[in-house]
Design a protein around this ligand. Structure first.
Ligand code: BDR
Ligand code: CA
Length: 320
């Protein structure tokens, strides 16, 4: 069976690094490109971290530097209180010898999709600025992408509405205009939002077992997640451990059967107190909302078999 060709668009970020590790270690994945975006750190920080992860995990795919800020306005202050000052839980970083691809991220995305028409799955786990810029560079590429899986948004299912404001999730509020463009394009899209990512928790015992059983990779996950897990427990968002946001998007790309979805067009609010809110118009529900008309239906994940997903993460790391 041909391996899944994946472009990973990311703002590493602790949970981004965990997701990239899953991609790097999974035998059915051919990682063909990694693109950085501002978000969990400045673009300098997230690009440096992506290059560090390339040398640490030993993958060959090019890393290209992406957007430094959103399509409209300025980047907000990086959430150092979530991911640490260096974006990777404040672990000590070695000198970075890997170098970035000379192309901007949006150009690398266009080139890789054009070189592999109908074969590329894009997994986007940061602001969607690079994808919106790629569409601007080449407005036809959405029809050439096999699948797009996005970690972002919140739709109120399972009680999850937002993690930056009462209605907005971080990746979406970081660039709502880009997200609205990306969710309106023709690529077959699945949104993996807080509705499901907050349902899959790696407890302290789970991480300890990974550190024990998954070699250097397990120890690395334990090291980078210490600070991150403390954020979630100290703010009362979990009673024990960390939610597994970005790896959930990787899991969907490889095992969609772990998830249940609703379908319909999605709009993203820009401006006002609902800035960054994602709103699904369910396919089967009649209404008069013209603002959703003419937009493609996307999959919105509303349920997850978290036990199967967490076992999949552990198995991938322990058998590699
Ligand atoms: C998302 O925001 C970032 O902090 C994480 O890396 C994840 O992509 C969760 O809201
Ligand atoms: Ca991320």
């Amino acid at each position: 069976m041909a391996r899944l060709k994946v472009i990973f668009d990311t703002d590493p970020g602790v949970d981004d690094a965990m997701a990239l590790l899953l991609l790097a270690r999974h035998p059915d994945v051919e990682l063909i490109g990694v693109t950085s975006c501002f978000g969990n750190g400045s673009i300098d920080t997230t690009t440096r971290n992506a290059l560090f992860l390339k040398q640490r995990f030993g993958f060959a795919a090019p890393v290209a530097r992406g957007a430094a800020g959103p399509l409209v306005g300025d980047a907000s202050e990086p959430p150092a209180f979530v991911h640490g000052d260096n974006g990777l839980g404040n672990i000590a970083l070695p000198p970075i010898t890997a170098v970035a691809d000379p192309r901007p991220a949006a150009q690398l995305i266009v080139d890789l999709v054009r070189a592999n028409p109908g074969q590329v799955t894009i997994i986007a786990v940061g602001r969607m600025t690079n994808l919106a810029l790629a569409l601007k560079l080449d407005p036809q590429i959405d029809a050439l992408v096999k699948a797009l899986v996005v970690m972002g948004g919140a739709f109120g299912r399972n009680g999850h509405t937002g993690n930056v404001t009462p209605v907005a999730e971080a990746n979406i509020i970081g660039d709502p205009a880009a997200a609205d463009i990306v969710f309106g394009a023709r690529w077959p899209t699945t949104i993996v939002g807080l509705d499901v990512t907050m349902q899959s928790i790696m407890t302290a015992a789970y991480v300890e077992a990974l550190a024990r059983d998954a070699g250097e990779d397990g120890k690395f996950v334990a090291a980078i997640t210490d600070f991150y897990a403390n954020f979630y427990t100290s703010t009362g968002q979990t009673s024990d451990g960390l939610p597994v946001h970005d790896s959930s998007a990787v899991a969907y790309a490889l095992h969609p059967e772990f998830f249940t979805v609703e379908r319909g067009p999605v709009r993203v609010i820009s401006g006002g107190i609902a800035h960054g809110q994602t709103i699904l118009r369910p396919e089967k529900k009649f209404d008069h909302a013209a603002d959703w008309n003419g937009r493609p239906s996307v999959n919105v994940c509303v349920g997850v078999d978290s036990a199967a997903f967490l076992a999949f993460y552990r198995e991938t790391l322990t058998r590699s």
